[in-house]
Design a protein around this ligand. Structure first.
Ligand SMILES: CC(=O)N[C@@H](CC(=O)O)C(=O)O
Ligand SMILES: [Zn+2]
Length: 314
């Protein structure tokens, strides 16, 4: 990486993958990847190869999130370096295979960009998930996408946290990016959600094409929601859930939750109020997170500065 005028020179992004079915019951990504596998014209761009790929075919076949363990938590260095064995959980073996094909994670041979397509049951709208506040290529890409889809909007979720961050499928790429679009029930396709996801991927690919073609992207700022904490459901002493998301909070992803605001409603009708400083909850009442003891994720707003970028020709 060398600095020149206003823009940092970065390597061209020639190897691109689009992952669907990392969770087998999130139907927009599964359907788009299958569509693009049959006919890739829509995702072809000059100067790059884009590979659509179903990451968890057994989970897709069963229309379930996973078979043995969550694939989107499986790309840890421990798992990826474990001796190959039939005794390992299916998703750990699959993570090793995917790492061979699109990584190895952290190596120069790794894919440049991986778009990982997800759906949520939460009312998050279009969300782009970033893994690093220092990935200026991705910051520029999300800035480009936001401008391209206006007046439609899309939120930026920065999942950069020492404890809460997890080892995603896309994390094997040099520049990982998650797309999370909702609300859509598990196992269901909704045309509006499908179309928004499709449009975002297309703009993401356009950005890479322009970047590789030599366009310089000037410095900019991007407003993100940074993950700060996870909130569990209220439970009894046996660990059973005793309350639901309060109706005033349900579907209010990205809206401020202030001290004293209603947060949960117990089965006997009591309201539990939020205490603490203002946060912006998201993934509110996500179906897949009951098993993770997570009622919603708390975020804080932050403005990031993105360096100008351009492709280096060497
Ligand atoms: C609902 C869902 O699956 N969300 C994704 C978010 C991500 O891709 O980071 C996950 O928990 O893996
Ligand atoms: Zn998912």
């Amino acid at each position: 990486m060398t600095s020149c005028h206003n823009a940092v020179s970065l390597h061209e992004a020639r190897k691109v993958a689009i992952f669907g079915g990392t969770h087998g019951n999130e139907m927009s990504g599964v359907t788009l990847v299958n569509l693009w596998t049959n006919n890739g014209a829509e995702i072809q761009r000059t100067g790059l190869t884009t590979k659509p790929f179903i990451t968890n075919p057994r989970a897709v076949e069963k229309c379930t999130r996973y078979i043995d363990t969550d694939l989107n938590r499986a790309f840890t260095s421990e798992n990826l370096s474990a001796p190959r064995s039939e005794d390992l959980p299916y998703e750990v073996r699959r993570a090793q295979e995917i790492n061979q094909m699109f990584g190895p994670k952290g190596s120069p041979e790794a894919y440049d960009v991986i778009f990982d397509l997800h759906n949520t049951t939460s009312n998050m709208g279009c969300t782009l998930i970033l893994e690093s506040s220092k990935d200026h290529f991705i910051l520029q890409m999300v800035n480009y996408i936001k401008r391209a889809i206006a007046p439609a909007s899309c939120s930026l979720l920065l999942y950069e946290h020492p404890i809460l961050q997890y080892a995603t499928s896309r994390s094997i790429a040099k520049h990982p990016i998650g797309l999370e679009v909702g609300p859509q029930p598990q196992g269901v396709l909704r045309s509006n959600i499908f179309e928004s996801m499709r449009v975002i991927v297309k703009h993401g690919l356009d950005f890479i094409e322009l970047f590789n073609g030599g366009m310089e992207f000037p410095p900019c700022t991007v407003d993100v929601y940074r993950v700060s904490e996870s909130m569990d459901y209220p439970r009894d002493t046996n660990g059973n859930i005793i309350a639901m998301i309060h109706p005033d909070l349900q579907d209010c992803d990205w809206e401020p939750l202030n001290p004293g605001d209603p947060m949960f409603q117990t089965f006997d009708g009591r309201t539990i109020f939020y205490e603490g400083s203002t946060v912006y909850p998201t993934f509110i009442n996500e179906a897949a997170y009951y098993e993770k003891q997570q009622a919603f994720v708390m975020t804080k707003r932050e403005t990031l500065v993105a360096n100008g970028v351009k492709a280096s020709k060497i």
